[in-house]
Design a protein around this ligand. Structure first.
Ligand SMILES: Nc1ncnc2c1ncn2[C@@H]1O[C@H](COP(=O)(O)OP(=O)(O)OP(=O)(O)O)[C@@H](O)[C@H]1O
Length: 288
């Protein structure tokens, strides 16, 4: 029997819970009975070979896809039927695999757009929302924007159009925009895809700092095994739409099924070496 008040999860309950989620596109089953929890304050990574269902899972958690069965729970609340914008307002912020910034707009304007998740949309709200409260929110918003710009070290490019920026910086702006939603869980879709080693290291540092300084829980999909293994507390491995393993980085690296998923047939030592070398390309190449 539950002893905690309704709506408030017990202290040990995951902040975000994915429960038996199944998703199909026509005849293609993208996800089958996927379940795992994301603990508050953790960095959790979802990995898996190409086509394993990682993006489908992210889209289901953020509300772009509705699962055929199963549930998504956030802070103890069943949000399976809650529309995507409302999930963002509840505290699920995300970035996208392919940068989804407005390229003609400046960095600052893109960050301001991130705040959209918190803007009042209801007409009555808008009418009531005048005077002091409005000015206070504008001041608070500016303060948050400044804090994000400072934190991500993008002050020097705040007025630059996004299209003029190198790829690594664009990814950082995408993260800034997701942070502007003031998420409790920041969902990062391939945060270091296409980055060189230096950019990857910078982004890894920002992800660690976002958790340490902002208290944000991180859920990421990432192919860069070195980064996943270095940063994550918990790793969930998908293959053909199913969770085939989950646990600490050490546990999943030692799991023969994970090795088989990536390499076809298993040489655990070889895969471990690849994981440690941080060479996602090598792992994917070997799987191809
Ligand atoms: N919109 C869609 N319509 C039909 N099938 C889809 C759609 N999106 C994904 N799929 C299929 O669902 C399965 C999972 O795809 P998904 O993109 O989620 O995998 P992934 O792990 O993110 O792959 P990658 O690492 O290449 O990004 C694949 O078989 C894919 O072809």
């Amino acid at each position: 029997m539950e002893t905690h008040p309704p709506g408030i999860p017990p202290a040990s309950a995951p902040l975000l819970q994915v429960d038996g989620v199944t998703l199909a596109f026509g005849g293609v089953k993208a996800l089958t009975g996927v379940g795992f929890g994301v603990q508050a304050g953790s960095i959790t990574a979802v990995i898996g070979p190409n086509g394993a269902g990682k993006t489908s899972l992210f889209n289901t958690i953020s509300g772009f896809y509705r699962p055929a069965s199963g549930a998504i729970r956030f802070k103890g609340q069943d949000i399976t039927r809650v529309p995507a914008p409302q999930r963002a307002r509840l505290g699920l912020g995300r970035s996208f695999q392919n940068i989804a910034l407005f390229r003609g707009m400046t960095v600052l304007d893109n960050i301001k757009l991130g705040r959209h998740a918190h803007l009042k949309t209801n007409v009555l709200d808008a009418l009531l929302y005048i005077g002091r409260a409005r000015r206070e929110e504008a001041a608070l918003r500016a303060e948050i924007e400044e804090r994000i710009i400072d934190f991500l070290e993008i002050d020097h490019i705040r007025h630059a159009p996004v299209s003029a920026l190198p790829y690594g910086l664009q990814k950082r702006v995408e993260m800034a925009r997701a942070l502007a939603m003031q998420p409790e869980v920041l969902m990062l879709d391939e945060p270091v895809a296409g980055m060189n080693r230096e950019e990857t290291e910078d982004m890894a540092r920002f992800i660690l700092d976002v958790r340490a300084e902002w208290g944000v829980t991180v859920l990421m999909v990432e192919h860069d095994m070195g980064m996943v293994m270095d940063l994550s507390d918990h790793v969930v491995v998908l293959n053909f739409g199913q969770v085939i393993a989950q646990g600490t980085p050490a546990e999943v690296q030692a799991n023969p099924e994970v090795v088989r998923a990536y390499l076809g047939a298993g040489n655990v030592g070889d895969l471990r070496a690849r994981f440690q070398a941080g060479s996602a390309t090598a792992v994917q190449g070997a799987a191809a």
